[in-house]
Ligand binder design. Sequence first.
Ligand code: ZN
Length: 115
Amino acid sequence: MHEFGLVISMIDLAEEAARKEGADVIEAIHVEIGALSGVVPEALEFAFGGARAGTMAATARLEVTYLPAIAYCATCQSEFELDNRFGIAMCPTCDTPSADLRQGREMHVSHLEVA
Ligand SMILES: [Zn+2]
């Protein structure tokens, strides 16, 4: 499962950051997931439940923020939100396709709560 590998590296990163701060326990991991990242939220939470055992994040919450996919239209000089999960960016104002994706493919840890 794709999400399992993601979660393992996410916890690794979180543990490293928590140790640097001299923390013993990770209370929460906040992640941002773009609408086009290909990550299935339910699968991510399921994988997290399995992967956190025995780590500093054993009792941590996973807080997920979903970021909409946003593209930029050069014709209108404005950003717009994609209304599909396929990455097809068609400007709703002028109907011009855009390849300039500004947000939506990310998947990263935004911050941690440690103790
Ligand atoms: Zn446009």
